[in-house]
Structures are given as structure tokens and as C-alpha cells.
Design a protein around this ligand. Sequence first.
Ligand SMILES: Nc1ncnc2c1ncn2[C@@H]1O[C@H](COP(=O)(O)OP(=O)(O)OP(=O)(O)O)[C@@H](O)[C@H]1O
Length: 216
Amino acid sequence: MIIARNLVVRFGQTLALAGTSIGLAPGEVVAVMGPSGSGKSTLLHVLAGILRPDQGEIHVGHQRIDNLPDAARSRMRLKAFGFVLQFGDLVPELSLRENVELPLRLLKVSRAEAREKARGLLTELEIDDVADRRPGQVSGGQAQRAAVARSLVHQPSVIFADEPTGALDSASGETVLDSFTELARRRATTVLLVTHEARVAAYADRTMYLRDGKLA
Ligand SMILES: Nc1ncnc2c1ncn2[C@@H]1O[C@H](COP(=O)(O)OP(=O)(O)OP(=O)(O)O)[C@@H](O)[C@H]1O
């Protein structure tokens, strides 16, 4: 699903990625672990087309993405990728339901169809009873489950998750990870899971270790 070769990213004197190559198969859940500053978030941002590498190539399916113009990369991100970040990153003014519908609305799916697709996921993630509340009016675990629903609703080919349960206590973190990985596997969605916690990486099919910008 994703093949990246010899990725190099520099921030001034810092070599954040030092010639890293990685391949993710369709439907695979892969964890990337490593100490603080080892380049995990940089790798995620580069693979997701948020950050352009200084060197190297990234292919998603049959398309090379690292050399696409910004507008084309943004469109591809919206269509083909989903994201779950540490603090959910939900729009605070919208209800959980509207947050989950958002990727579909941005892709010009009708309101009725977006509502129907969101409804299914809100039910599966057991947050349908709080779906009309805003992120500030629900628990951290419920908000993270809404972020998971939002990442899946447009059936992306890859979901990028950066410390998705880092802000939760371990019990709510496990509930979120259980449903996230179960739903992603059922839909054969590839997941790249960045974490420094072994108990989070345990949900993946395979774990890769980054150290000083290189995969071990
Ligand atoms: N925008 C930036 N400007 C300058 N240096 C940066 C920037 N982003 C990352 N770095 C540096 O690049 C290296 C890799 O950072 P990165 O955030 O990818 O690590 P990480 O493994 O995700 O760390 P953590 O687990 O602490 O989030 C670090 O040395 C970091 O200080």
C-alpha cells in the first residue's frame, strides 16, 4: 500500500530521518516505536504527505506522492488517508456526529449519506448516545473514539495514528485501541501506529523500531 525508499529529512543540523525505507502491506497494522526524538512523528508526517522529504521516494498504491504539487497532495490526503492524533484534534464547535461526518462533507458526499455512514460508526464505537454533544462535553475516551470514527468514515486506504491513546488512562486507551484495530482490520485498512508504549504496539501485526532516524 505504501512503499518509501531512502527517506531523508533534515531540520537545520538535525538529521530527523537518515535514509529510512519502509513498506506497508494492504490491511496491515504496523507500529513504529522508538525513543523520544528518534524521528517517529517525522516519518508519519512524511509518509502522509504533510512534510516533503529532502531525499527519497514515497509511493502510495501506484502513485508517487512526494513530488506532487501541494494541492494534489492535499486532495490525496483527504481522500486516501485518515488520521488519529494524540488529542483527537476534533473541531470543538462541532458535535461528535458532525466531526465524524466532516471528511465526507469535504469530499462533497451528500448530507444524508454522510449522516448514514457516520451513524453506523458511532454505533459500532458505542458513542451514539453522546453523538450530539461537542468534544468538550464528553470524556477523553469518547472523544478519541469519535476521532477513530472520523478516521475511518471515508474508507481511506491508510490511517496514520500518532500516539492515539497517549492522553488517556490505560483502561480507556485499551477500549479505544481494541475497537480501532478491530474496525480497521475488518475493513482491511492499513494502519501506521506511532507510539513509545509497548502495550500500544502490542495491537499491531508487526513493530518497527526507529533510532536516530533509522529503522532497525
Ligand atoms: N519542526 C522541526 N524543527 C526542527 N527540528 C525538528 C522539527 N520537528 C522535529 N525536529 C527534530 O527532529 C528529530 C525527530 O523528531 P520527531 O518529532 O520526529 O521525533 P519523535 O520520535 O516523534 O519524538 P517524540 O516521541 O518525542 O514525539 C528530533 O531531534 C526533533 O527535535
